[in-house]
Design a protein around this ligand. Structure first.
Ligand SMILES: Cc1cc2nc3c(=O)[nH]c(=O)nc-3n(C[C@H](O)[C@H](O)[C@H](O)COP(=O)(O)O)c2cc1C
Length: 416
């Protein structure tokens, strides 16, 4: 979602200046264009060359500098989709709060209409000083986003609040600010991960799903303004902040959790790989290797997606399929059988089959049979692509339903 965006990163004179290198790297990794402005004092801590190398552009340091190609402070302010100052000294915070513009960074900050994100970092006493606190309050009141410093051991030897927030949190906040809230008003139920069907207290029947696709969808939906509910099987993934998450172990628990929350949702995305079967008998004690062969009898688990399709109402229902042959025809048949609006299918034998990996190659098929094959994408990017398609197909469906309603009433009126 920040691919192609123009990010301007301002770096000021604090010990944490070196951490901004990772921040710039994170944005470049996501294909955003980054321009860096360093204050004179920031250059005591890190050289512009570091940031020139990481951003791929010359670094701006001087309000009156002769840059090639020529670029003014106003042009920098205008081209920015966002201005991020990290680390921000007490000094730059005070300057912005007072409207001072006495160097390149403070001038760009005053001249830009782009969102401003400030990540302060300083000695605890400087941070707690009522003057700094007043300045921070002033900025917050002007809808400038502050990513508060964290608490811990500081480079100056103090212990307390003042450490630059985690780079990951600054990146997350940036993504949040730059992402249009186009799913606002939607309530999305997402399932993720595998299920564990117990054989005995130690063994189970499961599959290779990591949950990464479902988690990426949950995160992207939340960022795009939707209210998200995640029902997840056992995974090793970090819990997602701000997302209401229900943890389940087996197919029965997943069925129960999904049934409970299904009614209140407008979109349901079933990315979980639920075991089709479970052992008919789950042993209370560990099964010992006393027999030469052992037969496990399996029975069918509830078909959660089928049940949801039957009671779909006006909800938009999305299923996933991993197939080993006849991908399109198998997926189309699943889409019809389960009354889905969209199905996402991938080849379970190609490359790594998408399992556990950070990327996948999928084909999307909608309820009208329209097929779109996507290139291999990171699951985070794929999540946004899937959400884009859901939005488009849902809108199309609504428009078609509206037209049909209008035609039906016209026919009714004519027949009266
Ligand atoms: C070694 C050293 C470390 C400093 N670390 C910080 C810091 O982390 N945060 C801060 O607000 N000021 C810090 N300062 C003070 C600033 O560098 C100083 O206020 C300076 O005027 C900031 O200039 P700038 O905001 O234009 O970059 C430090 C100063 C020195 C000498």
């Amino acid at each position: 979602m920040i691919k192609g965006k123009q990010i301007v990163v301002g770096i000021t004179g604090g010990i944490a200046a070196y951490k901004a290198a990772d921040l710039v790297r994170q944005f470049r990794k996501r294909d955003a264009a980054v321009d860096v402005i360093m204050t004179r004092n920031a250059q005591h801590f890190v050289t512009p060359l570091t940031f020139q190398t990481i951003s791929g552009h010359p670094v701006f340091t001087d309000l009156f500098g002769n840059y090639q190609p020529e670029i003014s402070h106003i042009a920098l302010a205008d081209k920015a989709d966002i201005l991020i100052i990290a680390p921000a000294t007490a000094n730059i915070i005070a300057k912005i709060a007072s409207g001072l513009a006495d160097d390149l960074l403070s001038t760009v900050a005053l001249a830009t209409t782009a969102p401003l994100l400030i990540a302060p970092a300083m000695n605890t006493k400087m941070w707690e000083n009522p003057i700094t606190q007043d300045n921070v309050k002033k900025l917050k009141e002007r809808t400038i986003t502050i990513v508060d410093p964290s608490t811990g051991e500081l480079a100056c030897g103090y212990e307390g609040k003042g450490r630059l927030a985690e780079i990951e949190d600054i990146v997350d906040k940036t993504l949040d600010i730059l992402t249009p809230k186009d799913l606002h008003g939607e309530r999305i139920l997402i399932t993720a991960g595998p299920t564990h069907e117990p054989i005995d207290p130690i063994r189970m029947l499961t599959n290779r799903s990591s949950g990464k696709m479902g988690y990426a969808l949950a995160e992207a939906s939340y960022r795009r303004g939707a209210e998200v509910m995640l029902v997840t099987g056992p995974t090793t993934l970090m819990p997602l902040d701000h997302i209401h998450t229900i943890r389940v172990t087996n197919a029965f628990e997943m069925d129960k959790a999904v049934s409970k929350h299904y009614k209140s949702c407008s979109i349901v995305i079933k990315a979980a790989a639920v075991s089709d079967y479970r052992p008919k008998k789950s042993f209370r004690e560990k099964v010992k290797k006393t027999h030469k062969t052992l037969t496990l009898e399996l029975e069918r688990n509830p078909d959660i997606l089928y049940k949801m399709g039957k009671n779909k109402g006006s909800r938009f229902l999305v299923g996933f399929a991993a197939e080993t042959k006849n991908l399109i025809s198998q997926a189309k048949s699943k889409l019809d059988r389960k009354n889905l609006d969209l199905i996402v299918v991938n080849h379970a034998l190609q490359n790594d089959g998408g399992f556990g990996s950070d990327s996948n190659e999928v084909t999307l098929i909608d309820y009208e049979g329209k097929v779109e094959t996507l290139p291999r994408l990171k699951k985070t990017e794929l999540a946004d692509k899937i959400l884009d398609t859901i939005k488009a197909v849902k809108a199309e469906k609504k428009a078609t339903a509206g037209q049909k309603k209008a035609t039906d009433s016209a026919v009714k009126r004519k027949n009266r």
